[in-house]
Design a protein around this ligand. Sequence first.
Ligand SMILES: [Zn+2]
Ligand SMILES: [Zn+2]
Length: 367
Amino acid sequence: MTRNALALVLESPKNLQAREFPIPEVGEDDAVLRVEACGLCGTDYEQWLGHMKDWGGGMPIIPGHEIMGFIERIGPLAAKRWNVSEGDRVAIEPIIPCGHCEDCVRGAYTRCQSDLGYGLYQSTAVAPHLWGGYATHVYLHPRTMVHKLPTNLSTEVMTLVNPLSNAIRWVYEVGGAALGKTVVISGPGQRGLLAAAAAKKAGASNIIVTGTSADKSRLELALQLGATAVINVETEDPVARVSALTGGKLADVVLDVSAGAVAPIVQGVDMVKRGGKIVLAGLKGTNPLNGFPVDKVVLREVQLVGVLSAGWESTELAIDMIRTDAEKLSVLCSHMFTLDNGTEAVRTLGREISDGKDAVHITLIPG
Ligand SMILES: [Zn+2]
Ligand SMILES: [Zn+2]
């Protein structure tokens, strides 16, 4: 059979081109995925701009690392290992762990030093070429991390698996949001909003989301998803507000998911209680953080932790949470584009263009 897969290849910055690739033959222990959808996140826009060109294989590359779809063909060993069969609906993790580096053998496979994975890692020069979700088909390497998905939920809401797994790891697994805790989330992007929902699910008492005047509709979404209070940092002093909202007890955890802004980190030091945790997930590019109050961190034993991705457990928790809370979470799904409008999808993500509706979660489907 000589059917081809169609993919969007980022040939150079801001230049996505449709290309065909042969659908790979499967062996004993690998598979081919027919893509149902690929979620977009801020990284996709950075990549499109050309800011990620030192990462992995560079260009030309098929972007898209939040991939879900149906098993089209699978070898017998892979079917056994992943416990899936042809036709099953699955999500795959962005990272393909090597299984042998120091981080992998310690169980921290998301920090795998081999830098293999989907969307951001291998260029199209690496056979069998189909390493990204902006495509009709994706190659499933023998070490791909595969999660079985329920079949009764919509494509759009199911593509929240990846961002929700991130949010669950950051606010719950690392941040420790749980029964009775106070959580502050800086930045109401899709991950911040999903973190508010995850903190609610975990039982946190106070869930405070901060943003700016431009985030008005997102702060409203935060309240719908479980936030107990929202703060516009342009009109209110966020530190004083958090203190007032908690009766002076301050926050157990501050999660920073804001992009570019460094003020929330400095404010976070004053918002978090002694021994509390600040979880850093928002990238700041080259923005310097001068005047960081190191002494407050030392004297109050504040913990600072950086987080990047999710993992097996948080992905399973995300699937389970979507299963139970699909309707509530679906308010985040604002846009869906087909592959032939891939550039429009990425530009909408970067707020370069707008159809008037706030782009919170964008899904790309083959069409
Ligand atoms: Zn992402
Ligand atoms: Zn490894």
